[in-house]
Design a protein around this ligand. Structure first.
Ligand code: PLP
Length: 399
């Protein structure tokens, strides 16, 4: 045997596998609805004008020095303000520990490691279903996983009763991974009233909420509205964790820029917790990348650029809501026997259609339309030019 003959090939990532099949398809009219990256109405990647302007302003203005382990200070401050609110008491009182992270994935990885070290014997409760990488992340940190009910296939909506029951039955001090808004893959979010009930239940159980916020601004088009769940929990006095990503809302995907924060009881605790976040980051990647953090802090610190960005996020969210409405309308127009109200009820980048893996396979083989086998459509890939073809194909495989 050779040195690495014992190494088996790792399973493919389910999302990236879709892209590979799409690339291999020779049909010029093929459509990729797999990956969650925003596209404009011509199906092209979109660089936000506010980001281009920030790039222009930072060009040549900085050295290429290392950032500190915890990242760019201004970036961290602006990030927690964006998540918790400009006037959040917990920020004013110095209760927040925060480090710049390698986007949402990196934040989750830091949280998982922090949990393994400082929340001993606690399990991570993950919704069914969830973004598939959550499982990998907590597994690598060797944190025991449990699941909570979230999505009800019959209604294609929230399983509120199941969710509350699972909160109640979880051992005290459990960590609950919550999608702050635009739940991936279902597009189903609790209403504000439901969040209030969930928050109270979580307090009663003595649990620790960890918000994964990968889509702030992308759900409703309004960054404050999309952080409403977190703010409800803060108002209830929760101590909580938060992952922020600028991949989608600023289109900075490949720059790997995000923030990881934990709200503590007091400044002393926050200093200690932050020092441990850095102790986790240092041997993992030493310090985070500079460029994306400079762009984000430029945008968030400048009133004009910030309001430009707000308009742009809203533009992206609005376009997605428009194609949701179009897709539903076309399907209904074709006389589909399925109910498609969930396409417009769900929010964010994804529509969780209820199509079976077999239907998804037919879409690929007969129509060159690609998506994950769980029937999740990345609505960001739908546009006024391909929505007709998509509706016709979906109607064909669902009737
Ligand atoms: N969390 C959720 C729920 C996501 O959907 C994603 C991206 O698809 C991420 C985290 C991570 O994204 P990134 O690491 O690119 O910020």
């Amino acid at each position: 045997s050779t040195r690495f003959s014992h190494v088996p090939e790792a399973p493919r990532d389910p999302i990236l596998g879709v892209t590979e099949k799409f690339i291999a398809d020779k049909n010029p009219l093929k459509i990729n609805l797999g990956v969650g990256a925003y596209r404009d109405d011509d199906g092209r990647p979109f660089v936000l004008p506010s980001v281009r302007e920030a790039e222009r302003r930072v060009t040549g203005s900085h050295f290429m020095e290392y950032l500190p382990i915890g990242g760019l200070k201004d970036f961290n401050i602006e990030s927690v303000k964006l998540a918790f609110g400009d006037h959040a008491e917990v920020i004013k009182h110095g209760q927040v520990a925060v480090v710049q992270s390698l986007s949402g994935t990196g934040s989750c990885r830091l949280m998982a490691e922090f949990q393994a070290r400082f929340m001993p014997n606690s399990k991570i409760y993950i919704p069914v279903p969830t973004w598939s990488n959550h499982h990998n992340i907590w597994k690598d940190a060797r944190v025991e996983q449990a699941s909570y009910r979230y999505y009800l296939p019959q209604t294609r909506g929230l399983d509120m009763d199941g969710f509350l029951e699972d909160i109640k039955n979880a051992p005290r001090g459990s960590v609950f991974m919550l999608h702050a808004c635009a739940h991936n893959p279902t597009g189903v979010d609790p209403s504000l009233d439901q969040w209030k009930v969930i928050s109270k239940a979580m307090l009663e159980g003595g649990h620790f909420p960890f918000f994964d916020m990968a889509y702030q601004g992308f759900a409703s088009g309004d960054c404050d509205a999309d952080a409403a769940a977190i703010r409800i929990f803060l108002a209830d006095g929760h101590r909580l964790g938060c992952s922020q990503s600028y991949a989608k809302n600023m289109g900075l995907y490949g720059q790997r820029v995000g923030a990881f924060s934990i709200v503590c009881d007091n400044p002393k605790e926050a200093v200690a917790v932050e020092s441990q976040m850095k102790a986790i980051a240092r041997p993992m990647y030493s310090n985070p990348p500079l460029h994306g953090a400079l762009l984000v802090s430029k945008i968030l610190q400048d009133k004009g650029l910030k309001s430009m960005w707000f308009t742009e996020v809203k533009g992206m969210a609005d376009r997605i809501m428009l194609v949701r409405a179009l897709l539903r309308q076309k399907l209904e127009g074709l006389g589909s026997q399925w109910q498609w109200n969930h396409v417009t009820d769900q929010i964010g980048m994804f529509a969780y259609t209820g199509m079976t893996p077999e239907m998804v396979d037919r879409l690929a083989s007969e129509y060159s339309i690609y998506m994950t086998r769980n029937g999740r459509i990345s609505m960001a890939g739908v546009n006024t030019k391909n929505v007709d073809a998509l509706a016709v194909a979906m109607h064909a495989v669902t009737s």
